[in-house]
Design a protein around this ligand. Sequence first.
Ligand SMILES: Nc1ncnc2c1ncn2[C@@H]1O[C@H](COP(=O)(O)OP(=O)(O)OP(=O)(O)O)[C@@H](O)[C@H]1O
Length: 325
Amino acid sequence: MTVRFPEIITQNSVMGDLLQYLELIAPSGQPVLILGETGVGKELFARALHDASGRDGLFIAVNVAGLDDHMFSDTLFGHVKGTYTGADSDREGLVSRAAGGTLFLDEIGDLAEPAQIRLLRLVQEQEYYRLGCDTPSRSDARIVIATNRDLRRAMNDGRFRKDLYYRLFAHQIPVPPLRSRPDDIPLLLDSFVRYAAQSLGREVPSYHPELITLLGSYSFPGNVREFQAMVFEAVARSGGGKISLDLFKEIILRERSDALPAQGGAGRPEVPPVIAFSRFPTLKEAEDLLIAQALALAKSNQGVAAAMLGISRQALNRRLQPKDK
Ligand SMILES: Nc1ncnc2c1ncn2[C@@H]1O[C@H](COP(=O)(O)OP(=O)(O)OP(=O)(O)O)[C@@H](O)[C@H]1O
């Protein structure tokens, strides 16, 4: 956590460098592109950028995924009365409402080409047209754009305009996924446990120290948002007592198996499914499968797998030794 951005919890050096860069570019008013997987904290970074910018206008966030050109223009630029059926009065768009502030456009990856052209004009000239109006309007709203897509690839495939890409390219903030910064897990865990306990009106519970190791072995496809939700569930289900390792293992296993393909699809084929028997398994078969599952989830780390299975490392090792028949 940096003093400058207390709401962004981190002690990771890559994140620290990004926050320094963010602080550097904040006052400029230049457009900024924030990249990163879902739930990684892109909107949090955009808000921090706005807070550090010294701009006294509003911060407005809008998700533009799935908006066609008409909806995009209507939402961002507004319209004049009578332009289309249902346009009963003049309406101001978000670009105008965010004047003097920041307009955060989330999930820009799939934007239709005509909308990309309008966006380019906006970031380049600070100019736009309300629907049904031939006279351009102006707004000094700072435009911050986020996507979880690979924009360079989209550009190479002809789905994202080169001119817009290179206009946004100058100030990029690539937020790393949570799995690549396990050093952030203890801080985030403490903060989320406190927050969840507070929201539920409970004492802050303690947790098993092995939990940090267990969490470090999980890939967090939904990143910090997923982590936050898991902690909330664990605190809620721990009934005010200590958060047990077993409870967290159960939540992680459930999340992992939800992320598994139904059969043979793309996903995480390296993890064997828990239920894989066409007949009732013997105890030995079930145990072997659970051990394989735990080892796969723990990326072959025997210490973590043993913790997940609730046995000692030595006990796991014994079970892994080939037996003489
Ligand atoms: N470093 C962090 N410290 C504290 N909270 C965080 C951090 N990163 C993310 N969060 C929290 O995780 C949640 C998801 O963050 P956010 O909405 O900013 O992600 P996002 O990348 O914009 O997601 P999406 O791609 O789905 O729009 C929010 O509740 C946010 O407050």
